[in-house]
Design a protein around this ligand. Sequence first.
Ligand code: TRP
Length: 73
Amino acid sequence: MAQTEYIVIRAQEDGVNVIGLTRGNDTKFHHTEKLDKGEVMIAQFTEHTSAMKIRGKAEIHSAHGMVESESKK
Ligand code: TRP
């Protein structure tokens, strides 16, 4: 099954983490990608990735529109 949907994450501060969580019975972190301000990551949900957690201030663009995560403090 070809996955055609992409999620675009644009970091609005240094040190934004994009964390991939595993698909299946247990949901664990399997990958952390660190983005600095202005950096963009384009990602998909896959056989291995069922969820993503974004830590830090970023814009998250998807088929559902754009949401902004905020930084702590
Ligand atoms: N090896 C991972 C996978 O195929 C790579 C990946 C895809 C990923 N989407 C992600 C890692 C989102 C972090 C966040 O599932």
